[in-house]
Design a protein around this ligand. Structure first.
Ligand code: NAD
Ligand code: DAU
Length: 343
């Protein structure tokens, strides 16, 4: 199996490439990544060593922008892919509130450029990685299904919904074999520390205040990243063309509950929790009905929240150097700009 994986130096993409080399014998992977602030080739160091040019040659990294049609065409001219898995995106809601424009360029135009290149190269399957956020926000009851109407509330989720519609258009108009996966909040190794769990781990470890938005009662459905990767691969290998598959972790938690779990694991006091100004347009609750993926793909999350958060905290504690390394100058600038005005 020869795959083009985009955004493979980010959190989920890197976990997926590790998953592929652990579970898919003989696979070959080209990882196309622009290396934005969120892209870190160190996430794939062991893959590069074993499978890069000085290893068995089954892994190749290309630094390129998915929205750059010429660069993308060059990659397709050089390789024949069985499938494309598109993880590349601007992924942080707060940054999209600060500046929506890179979200449109990468998440919408980038997806369209990739779809076009894959169509022209007659690639067997295109897997587009989307999110539960395209459905908007839930009240206290119910879950999102694949037929829940799209109602995105942030520039990030609007850009993801726009890309999903573009994928749908390529299926309907050109008969392309594409599958969309929509997943809930991931957590686990290699997540950039702007996102809730690694951010709170980092700040709690240092005894710094933990900025919780609003009343802390917003609910997310947490899925351990390895489970999401397995779901994506099932969608690639077993999914029906033109289908959307939801994935979730069956682990609804309020933000306060997540933060308290991290504090308890680190033996830090709850007095570090600081309620700050709410995120504008903050979705109240997400929860995924993934019964379609369970039925058609045999998907079920293997990690419950207690096991997943334990493994995650252990990983960040053992990889302090990784955490410190990704907190570059650009990270500090965003943190100051975003949180400076909230406390
Ligand atoms: P991330 O921000 O950690 O990584 C994104 C990666 O994409 C980085 O390596 C970055 O360098 C790369 N990238 C960004 N713009 C690019 C461009 N123009 N061209 C090529 N590469 C580019 O994101 P993540 O959390 O790993 O999310 C991956 C995908 O999964 C995204 O599409 C996101 O919308 C989706 N998703 C994320 C979650 C979550 O909880 N993190 C949940 C559901 C869906
Ligand atoms: O649901 C899937 C989505 O999950 C993905 O599509 C996105 O790419 C991913 O970033 C994530 O989005 P969220 O906005 O849910 O994740 P984030 O980690 O930013 O926030 C999780 C919750 O924690 C949310 O309710 C906002 C809250 N929060 C977040 C931060 C960073 C805080 O209270 N304080 C914070 O400092």
């Amino acid at each position: 199996m020869r795959l083009l994986v985009t955004g493979g130096c980010g959190f989920i993409g890197a976990n997926y490439i590790h998953y592929l080399f652990e579970t898919e014998p003989g696979c070959e992977v080209v990882n196309l990544d622009k290396l934005t602030y969120a892209g870190n080739p160190l996430n794939l160091r062991s893959v590069e060593e074993r499978h890069g040019a000085s290893g068995d040659g089954r892994y190749r990294f290309v630094r390129a922008d998915i929205a750059d049609a010429r660069a993308v065409a060059d990659v397709f001219a050089e390789h024949r892919f069985d499938a494309v898995v598109n993880f590349a995106a601007e992924s942080h809601v707060d940054r999209s509130i600060d500046d929506p424009s890179p979200f449109v360029t990468t998440n919408v135009l980038g997806a369209q450029v990739l779809l076009d290149a894959a169509r022209k190269a007659s690639v067997g399957r295109f897997v587009h990685i989307s999110t539960d956020e395209v459905y908007g926000s839930l009240g206290p009851e119910g879950k999102f299904t694949e037929t829940t109407p799209l109602a995105p509330n942030s520039p990030y989720s609007a850009s993801k919904a726009a890309a999903d519609l573009m994928v749908r258009a390529y299926v309907q108009t050109y008969g392309m074999d594409a599958v969309i996966t929509r997943c809930s909040n991931n957590y686990g190794p290699y997540q950039f520390p702007e996102k809730l769990i690694p951010l709170m781990f980092d700040r709690a470890s240092a005894g710094e205040p933990l900025p919780v938005y609003g009343d802390g009662g917003n609910v997310r459905d947490w899925i351990y990243v390895r489970d999401h990767c397995r779901g994506v691969h099932l969608a690639l290998t077993r999914g029906a063309a033109g289908t959307v598959y939801n994935f979730g972790g069956n682990a609804e938690k309020t933000n306060l509950a997540v933060v308290r779990t991290i504090l308890a694991a680190l033996g830090k006091p709850e007095s570090l929790i600081t309620l700050v100004a709410d995120r504008p347009g903050h979705d109240r609750r997400y929860a995924m009905d993934f019964s379609l993926a369970a039925r058609e793909l045999g998907f079920a999350p293997e990690f419950d929240f207690a096991r997943g958060i334990g493994a995650t905290i252990e990983w960040y504690a053992a990889n302090r150097a990784w955490l410190d390394a990704v907190k570059s100058g650009e990270y500090l600038k965003f943190m100051e700009q975003w949180y400076g005005g909230r406390a």
